[in-house]
Design a binder for this molecule. Structure first.
Ligand code: RP5
Length: 164
């Protein structure tokens, strides 16, 4: 569906330990044939590389960034501070506070630097990818149709549910 070969969506996460959840974002993007890249970048452990990556993303043809982190989850905010691309934050579930820490750290951005924050964990990972698809679909009619078809199939699956 892409107009060019390079990645249109960047999926970044604070740690390799986030991948088990964030692979759902990658898998969802892949279902829609959206070229994307996945990387580990930490706002705290690799601050310079993170800001450089965010600052260069637009010039590389990336159109949406998904950023996931847990705990003191500053990654999405830091990325958003260095780009005007849409940034969707996915709070990771944590052992200590079940992701409430990640949610608050991601969602409570100061006015002026937006992060569209999704649900904690897997639903957030999937929905971040679907939102990225919706953003890309505004200028890609074929992708818009795929999204419509996905919604129809999803609804049909719900309506055909059988109960014991
Ligand atoms: C965050 O700290 C990461 O996004 C991860 O969710 C959390 C724990 O990271 P590890 O200690 O497992 O690397 O920065």
């Amino acid at each position: 569906m892409s107009k060019k070969a390079g990645p249109l969506v960047a999926v970044v996460m604070g740690s390799k330990s986030d991948w088990d959840c964030m692979r759902h974002a990658s898998e969802t993007l892949a279902k829609f044939d959206i070229v994307h890249e996945c990387r580990v970048l930490s706002a705290h452990r690799t601050p310079r590389e993170t800001t450089a990556y965010a600052a260069k993303a637009e010039g590389r043809g990336i159109e949406v960034i998904i950023a996931a982190a847990g705990g003191a989850a500053h990654l999405a905010g830091v990325v958003a501070a260095h780009t005007i691309l849409p940034v969707f934050g996915v709070p990771m579930e944590t052992p200590s506070l079940k992701g409430l820490d990640s949610l608050l750290a991601t969602v409570q951005m100061p006015g002026g630097i937006p992060v569209g924050t999704l649900a904690i964990g897997k639903p957030g990972a999937i929905n971040a990818a679907l939102l990225a698809a919706s953003v890309l679909a505004t200028s890609r009619p074929a992708l818009r149709e795929k999204l419509r078809q996905f919604r129809q199939e999803q609804a049909a699956g719900v309506l055909s549910s059988t109960l014991p």
